[in-house]
Ligand binder design. Structure first.
Ligand SMILES: CC(C)(COP(=O)(O)OP(=O)(O)OC[C@H]1O[C@@H](n2cnc3c(N)ncnc32)[C@H](O)[C@@H]1OP(=O)(O)O)[C@@H](O)C(=O)NCCC(=O)NCCS
Length: 396
């Protein structure tokens, strides 16, 4: 990097996960599976499900605004919003454009990035390039997904894996000495049909036929994907580490794509690194695709796992097959994360709809009952009869 090029720093981070939980026990009632099978093969115990009023844009806006607050910036300090997703609100406009309006930004250029579960890392690399080229000062990078509306709840090979959520970072230009960063991105089209959503695009536009054949849901070859994931997470991560000028021993924390704890364990074994070098939250969120790395990054920072000067590696893989890694030194104050989270209440964020919009109910039939039940932690007192004090003492 020449001395004229601005250094890129991560200055803000934020996250959002919907309140409702879809547990393994819930899935046992839908498909032929068991909590024991899911936990032992994937490490997943539960995942979050977006409510009917939520969308990829609304979740991305909450996480994005939290990242801006964590960075201590005003919304109009953001010059570009890049949103990575495979579950956009619409084919057009971009979901990033909807986020811009929802957070009240009036200045940013907005676009989406499509690289499936590697999307956030690709968007991060894109933002770094804009800042490095002097074309932007502050870029909001969001990974947001609403996967539960694109799952086949009769396919036990996929419906147990995925969940909803969002995470975001702000990357800023800095005149101060640069934090070292190494970026590696790869794509292997041999894997193009290993994870895919066949219909809805120009190759198979939505029709009665595509609907009746169930072609609007995610399909996956689990074993092939597993093999690719274990190989590529290690090689892509190490390539980014080498580009940063580090060795493997320098790494303080790896934030891997949260697809399956067995994949992460296999990578740890292959690299001969202890599991405590890897941040894991797949047990609570499942695979949230492009949201997975930034959601995990924000949780790692807020839970005290990252301190200034730490060398961290974010590494992802996904449909395409794509893969990407960022190796960077953490320079922000981790104590700001919870401040940013607390500053933005989900109920204060809304994504505008056109006045004449008459939408269908977006909730999949298989999830209707789950989304109708009281939120976790919410004590349902609707059947309390005055004078029956024992009801009021019930706890969940
Ligand atoms: C999907 C995945 C968990 C399956 O685990 P696996 O150990 O490979 O399991 P297999 O596909 O070999 O299936 C083993 C058996 O379990 C069964 N099975 C599959 N899903 C099941 C489920 N949810 N519950 C119970 N049994 C299940 C299979 O039918 C098979 O039964 P059989 O032996 O009678 O034929 C694993 O392949 C995986 O994680 N792949 C990567 C997926 C991924 O990361 N995708 C996202 C990429 S971004």
């Amino acid at each position: 990097m020449s001395s004229q090029q601005p250094a890129v720093r991560l200055t803000g981070w934020g996250r959002y996960a919907p309140a409702q939980i879809l547990s393994n026990a819930d899935l046992e009632r839908m498909v032929d599976t068991s909590d024991e099978w899911i936990v032992s093969r994937t490490g997943i115990r539960e995942r979050r499900v977006a409510a009917a009023h939520e969308s990829t844009a609304s979740m991305g806006a909450i996480a994005g605004l939290r990242a801006i607050k964590t960075a201590g910036l005003d919304v109009d300090d953001i010059d570009i919003i890049i949103l990575a997703t495979l579950t956009p609100d619409y084919w057009m406009p971009s979901t990033a454009a909807l986020v811009k309006e929802a957070i009240g930004n009036t200045k940013a250029a907005c676009f989406d990035v499509a690289a499936a579960c590697s999307g956030f890392v690709y968007a991060y690399a894109t933002a770094s390039a804009y800042i490095g080229a002097g074309m932007a000062k502050n870029v909001l990078v969001i990974g947001a997904e609403l996967l539960t509306r694109f799952l086949d709840y009769t396919d036990r090979g996929t419906c147990i894996l995925f969940g909803d959520g969002a995470g975001a970072v702000v990357l800023s230009a800095s005149g101060e000495p640069t934090a070292t960063t190494g970026i590696e991105l790869t794509t292997d089209p041999q894997g193009a049909y290993m994870i895919w959503l066949p219909a809805g695009g120009s190759k198979a536009p939505p029709s009665y036929d595509t609907l009746s054949r169930g072609q609007h849901k995610i399909r996956m070859e689990g074993k092939e994907t597993y093999r690719f994931a274990t190989r590529t997470l290690a090689s892509t991560g190490l390539a980014a580490v080498a580009k940063a000028g580090w060795t493997q021993d320098d790494i303080d924390l790896i934030i891997p794509h949260q697809a399956n704890v067995r994949i992460i364990e296999a990578v740890a074994k292959g690299l001969d690194l202890p599991m405590d070098k890897f941040f894991v939250n797949v047990d609570r969120y499942g695979n949230t695709s492009a949201a997975s790395v930034p959601l995990a990054l924000a949780e790692a920072a807020n839970s005290g796992r990252i301190k200034p000067g730490d060398k961290i590696v974010m590494v992802a893989f996904g449909a395409g097959f794509t893969s990407g890694a960022i190796a960077t030194e953490w320079t922000a104050d981790p104590s700001r994360g919870p401040v940013g989270d607390a500053a933005v209440r989900p109920e204060d964020i809304s994504v505008r709809l056109p006045v004449d919009w008459d939408s269908v109910d977006p909730v999949p039939a298989a999830l209707a009952e789950i989304l109708a039940r009281p939120l976790p932690g919410h004590l349902d007192l609707s059947d309390v009869v005055p004078g029956e004090p024992e009801h009021a003492h019930q706890t969940r």
